[in-house]
Unconditional design. Structure first.
Lengths: 147, 147
DNA sequence: AAGTCAAAGGTCAGGAAAGGTCAAAGCTTA
DNA sequence: TAAGCTTTGACCTTTCCTGACCTTTGACTT
């Protein structure tokens, strides 16, 4: 029960919870060297353990001065993120309805807001590819989490 | 009454109750090797004996560094399981009475239920082998834990 | 300003190491 | 013998980890 992935996860979690931080920044290569592993292993852990569904957002920049920033998201925003993640690749009306009414149930959307979204997708049915509709719905939701 | 499945069950139960732990972690392949059986047999025992209804939760992870974690859920079902395990191989009336009244004391059997069981064994005395009576009593008790 | 370079981080396929499943054969017992 | 547990083995899925190769970014050159 202590493979590399766990060690890396604990290292990061330790920095986050131990120091009561809402975020942390690290250099991928540095950490890899410190923990004696391949840099890609850090990426692996980030993508499997620090997912949006688990309440994290990972941002990064490449090139000189590159970095990886890991943020933990507070509860409410998490609900939006989870909702965005339940949007399927080919969102049929039922899926859209599930997502919207779920948000409404969590009181993350007012009645008027949710009705607005419903109408929006009803009225634009067949206008874009399903993948495009998915992208739009996700973005709409994530946008909401900023207000 | 000591086939592989029982041995495995007792091994795990021993670790749990003997060391007063609320959980234990094991490697499926390791344990299989130690007990000289097929790994899938461990899975079999876990899925048949360490069920939620009997007060356990089993979690696992595959792949490198995989493991199996067995947790006992504090509470009621466990009492049934313990009772079933105190049934001796040759259950004389005294043993049966001890088991039943113990369950009654723990309020796991109503007065009517325990009387039902008492009568049942009284009325069938000498009908089967003692081993068979033991098997029946255990099953009765475990069945109760499912409700 | 444009081009070049070195220094990040990202991706992905593939091998290895677990554990999971399931059908079928083997036992036990009524 | 029928019913119901046990066991096993063949095959599947998941998770981990690395290395080769790709892309992005900032700094330096010209």
């Amino acid at each position: 029960m202590s493979n590399l992935a766990d060690i890396i996860e604990n290292y990061i979690l330790g920095k986050l919870t131990g120091e009561q931080r809402q975020f942390m920044i690290l250099r991928r290569n540095e950490l890899a060297e410190e923990l004696n592993c391949a840099p890609s292993q850090i990426s692996y852990v980030l993508s499997t353990r620090f997912t949006a569904n688990r309440g994290f957002v990972v941002e990064s920049r490449r090139g000189a001065g590159g970095f990886v920033r890991i943020l933990r998201i507070p509860g409410q925003q998490l609900i939006y993120l989870k909702a965005a993640n339940t949007v399927t690749e080919d969102p049929r009306p039922e899926n859209i309805e599930v997502v919207i009414s779920n948000l409404e149930n969590h009181q993350m959307l007012s009645g008027r807001e949710s009705e607005l979204m419903r109408q929006f997708f009803r009225l634009t049915e067949g206008h874009w590819s399903l993948a495009e509709r998915a992208r739009i719905l996700r973005k709409l939701i994530l946008r909401l989490s900023d207000f």
